[in-house]
Design a protein around this ligand. Structure first.
Ligand code: A3P
Length: 333
């Protein structure tokens, strides 16, 4: 793909736009600007604009959408395995040799970063592509493409917040000091971090899934943890490629669930070693930390947790969207 990738230069117009947005530095990270209600760093915003301008969806495209740290890696592994189950057996899966982020690339954060205009027509169909962008930022070519499907995975905000903090700490350069929980917690509540606010992101896809359930499937990380085989079948049904009775009898659903389980993926060399360079650099291993529901109890004090839970109830209001913050796990360790 890279051989025919074109590159669009970051022009003065973009720099002007970013400055006009009056970016600010909420934490010890880089400058963030609010563009149409969503927070972006400069590189990410440029990549988003390039993606919006140049991406052309086709009917068979499958778009995986998530807020960062909501289980994207898991969703990528599962969808890749479900879609490609006739191309290779589970014990020959490319997931055994490649980190899921290389098999299912991010759109704005990877393919369209640094002004790249990739030749994605060269990708085999169906193309499985991922994004962290909110629903309203998806180019109309995705939204209007009649058969192109969107799968959204959501996770409770307390675990998302906790996972972000650990991820940043695992990938930070040694020279940057560790922050306390208080400052990032405040900015998370205010929504001032890349792709934030959390609430608008979930609600955008939630409402779209209610309006057009054939096009947008809304899933929850906590449901994956409760019953992964049910979720695997749901994804296959939604994609119009349900498991046959023979496949179910042969145990293929369980095999895919096992292949993509946290324990299995975390222990593979391809996920223990190496890194990925999107708009930032991240170790493959940092995408596999604990994989639990309710691990926030080990980081977030009860007063903050209550505040975030109340905020979630307030923001989700009468929408019908609820997220489980406890799962089966209990107690501080
Ligand atoms: P924790 O930090 O809570 O452990 P993302 O993939 O969107 O970056 O999200 C990463 C989170 O998903 C991390 O959560 C990670 O451990 C968890 N995760 C990754 N792969 C998983 C899997 N196969 N099963 C369950 N959780 C997984």
């Amino acid at each position: 793909m890279s051989s025919s990738t074109e590159v669009e230069q970051k022009d003065d117009h973009f720099e002007e736009l970013f400055q006009r947005l009056q970016p600010k530095k909420p934490v010890a990270g880089s400058l963030l600007a609010n563009y149409q209600g969503v927070w972006f760093g400069a590189d990410l915003l440029q990549a988003t604009l390039t993606f919006q301008k140049h991406f052309k969806a086709i009917d068979s495209d499958i778009i995986l959408a998530t807020m960062p740290k909501s289980g994207t890696t898991w969703l990528k592994a599962l969808t890749f395995s479900i879609v490609n189950r006739n191309n290779h057996s589970v014990d020959e899966s490319p997931l055994l040799f490649s980190n899921p982020h290389h098999l299912v690339p991010f759109l704005e954060m990877y393919l369209y970063k640094d002004g790249n205009i990739p030749d994605i027509d060269a990708m085999p169909c169906p193309r499985i592509l991922a994004t962290h962008l909110p629903y309203q930022f998806l180019p109309s070519t995705i939204l209007d493409c009649s058969n192109c499907r969107i799968i959204y995975l959501c996770r409770n905000p307390l675990d998302v917040f906790t996972s972000i903090l650990h991820f940043v700490r695992q990938n930070r350069s040694a020279s940057r000091p560790l922050e306390s929980v208080d400052v990032p917690f405040e900015t998370f509540c205010q929504g001032i971090y890349p792709y934030g606010p959390f609430w608008d992101h979930c609600l955008g896809y939630w409402n779209a899934s209610l309006k057009d359930p054939q096009k947008v499937l809304f899933l929850k990380y906590e449901d994956f943890k409760k019953n992964i085989t049910c979720s695997v079948k749901k994804i296959a049904d939604f994609l119009g490629h349900p498991f046959s009775a023979e496949e179910e009898e042969a145990g293929l659903v369980e095999e895919i669930a096992m292949l993509c389980s946290f324990e299995n993926l975390q222990n593979l060399n391809c996920n223990k070693e190496g890194e990925i360079q999107t708009v930032f650099r991240a170790k493959h291993s940092s995408f596999f930390r604990k994989g639990e529901v309710g691990d926030w109890v080990n980081l977030v004090p009860p007063s903050m947790a209550n505040r975030l839970e109340k905020l979630m109830q307030e923001k989700f209001g009468e929408s019908g969207l609820t997220l489980d913050i406890h799962g089966n796990s209990v107690g501080r360790r």
